[in-house]
Write a protein that binds this ligand. Structure first.
Ligand SMILES: N[C@@H](CCC(=O)N[C@@H](CS)C(=O)NCC(=O)O)C(=O)O
Length: 199
């Protein structure tokens, strides 16, 4: 049976971008619906956590960006983004990128709260984690094989671009290896066509 795949996504979600980029690299056709997750009551029947990305395949729901990427990869005929030889390294680096996305997102959500609800300590904690994570990536940089794409590269690029989008790009001046790799990677069509936007 031909799968009918719907990707519920947002205009700027770095987790959603990972899944969209995976579908482009793996040449999986899907129907992407950009929604406002904060008003998406209809999503609850698929995903009670009400988060994007959420993937619906012939009515069956796949939740969490990593599961969605693994699923899209599993139905593709292209080279896997999760090669067995370095599977755990790829998964751990992807989790580090996810953690970076989460901190940038949490920081952003806190900064737009009303002054009487905002915690400056919380914002500071996220900023320290953001800086520490990017420094770690620089210090533990893997010389990726340019001709073989893996999931962690996609996740790291989405996380760094989201850091620039929602926080700042100060990381570039302190991280020459990361910056040089990123400036090259971001030129891929699958990255250019999925840049985050406000709406
Ligand atoms: N672990 C989840 C995180 C997804 C996530 O945090 N999505 C955010 C948007 S970037 C969201 O839907 N937030 C809605 C909310 O918190 O109410 C994943 O990897 O898919």
């Amino acid at each position: 049976m031909k799968e009918k795949i719907i990707l519920y996504n947002g205009p700027s979600s770095p987790f959603g971008r990972k899944t969209k980029v995976t579908s482009l690299i793996q040449e999986i056709k899907l129907d992407e619906k950009i929604i406002n997750v904060y008003e998406a009551d209809f999503l609850d029947k698929h995903n009670p956590i009400r988060k994007i990305p959420t993937l619906v395949v012939n009515g069956f729901c796949i939740i969490d960006s990593d599961n969605i990427c693994l699923y899209l990869d599993s139905i593709s005929k292209k080279n896997t983004l999760f090669p067995k030889e370095n599977y755990w390294e790829i998964m751990s680096n992807t989790s580090i990128a996810n953690g970076l996305m989460e901190s940038v997102l949490e920081r952003r959500m806190e900064t737009i709260r009303q002054d009487n609800e905002k915690s400056l300590n919380f914002i500071k904690k996220q900023e320290i984690r953001i800086t520490r994570t990017i420094e770690w990536l620089e210090n533990n940089w893997i010389n990726y094989n340019k001709s073989y794409l893996t999931m962690d590269q996609v996740a790291i690029a989405c996380a760094l671009d989201y850091t620039t989008f929602r926080f700042n790009n100060n990381w570039k001046k302190d991280c020459p290896k990361l910056t040089s790799w990123f400036e090259d990677f971001i030129n891929n069509e699958f990255m250019k066509s999925t840049s985050p936007s406000e709406k």
